[in-house]
Ligand binder design. Structure first.
Ligand SMILES: Nc1ncnc2c1ncn2[C@@H]1O[C@H](COP(=O)(O)OP(=O)(O)OP(=O)(O)O)[C@@H](O)[C@H]1O
Length: 257
């Protein structure tokens, strides 16, 4: 895994909002390299430019300078091999569409036949633990289940890279742990690469192969911390490992200063 090919490169990205006089430098200079199959977690103080960075990677915002390369292609618009899952699952799902239609809709928009899109949607819903919920409406599901639908929607068109922006910030602690374990299982099942922004240092250390620590704005990379737990992790043993608390302390120390 550590030797996987590079699927995402952020090269000296700088992002300045506004224009002269009222400009604000959100990102000063950030470079990252993400390899196939990795989970990379991005942490940093509030306002550190984490969402700005994800939007630049997703092709939703232009960089001021520097560039993002996904699958060897320089990003100038949303890359077809990349999907994004947001914290606010309610606004990413359409309330008047059944769950399976919510997942199928982006596939149909890309030209897949409706029947095939629905079949793929059902398969993906099964993979995120939602078999049986296909014909429900999003508002009939719990918050955690709605976020699973949003994840299925991102996964259904088989992206190379999944970007997640604080995906579990709006759910309770128990659901959060279940969703974290879902992320670990999806990495293995879909053979994807994941870049996840979180405020939760425990979550970052639990999920990541590498944790990127950002400074406050104007943002730079303070450190890149390698996490040595491999692919097999569980909420009890991994968090009981003495290295877990050491790594958490190290990351927290960098954010607090
Ligand atoms: N459209 C915009 N115009 C001007 N400034 C902006 C804009 N969007 C974000 N900013 C500023 O850029 C900085 C980084 O914002 P961003 O949302 O990327 O940070 P963040 O690390 O995701 O924050 P949080 O952890 O609070 O979610 C903040 O100071 C924010 O106020």
């Amino acid at each position: 895994m550590a030797n996987g090919r590079i699927v995402l490169e952020v090269e000296n990205v700088r992002k300045v909002y506004g224009s002269k006089g009222t400009s604000f430098t959100a990102i000063d200079d950030v470079s990252l390299t993400v390899r196939h199959g990795q989970i990379m977690c991005v942490v940093g103080p509030s306002g550190a430019g984490k969402t700005t960075l994800l939007k630049c990677i997703a092709g939703l915002l232009n960089t001021t300078s520097g560039r993002v390369v996904v699958d060897d292609v320089v990003v100038t618009s949303p890359p077809p091999t990349l999907a994004m899952v947001f914290q606010d699952y309610q606004s990413s799902l359409l309330p008047w569409m059944r769950v399976e239609a919510n997942v199928a809709q982006p596939l149909i928009a890309r030209g897949m036949k409706k029947r095939d899109a629905l079949a793929t949607a059902r398969e993906t819903l099964e993979a995120v633990g939602l078999a049986g919920a296909e014909r429900k409406y999003p508002w009939q599901l719990s918050g955690g289940m709605q976020q699973r639908v949003a994840i299925a929607r991102g996964l259904a068109y088989k992206p190379e890279v999944l970007l997640m922006d604080e995906p579990f910030a709006a759910v309770d602690a128990q659901t959060r742990m279940e969703l974290e374990d879902l992320v670990l299982s999806l990495r293995a099942r879909f053979d994807i690469t994941i870049l996840l922004v979180t405020h939760d240092i425990d979550e970052a250390v639990y999920l990541a192969d590498q944790v990127v620590v950002l400074s406050k704005a104007p943002t730079t990379v303070v450190d890149l911390v390698s996490i040595p737990f491999g692919q097999e992790r569980n909420q009890i043993d991994t968090k009981d490992d003495h290295r877990f608390s050491e790594l958490r302390g190290r990351v927290l120390g960098m954010i607090a200063h």
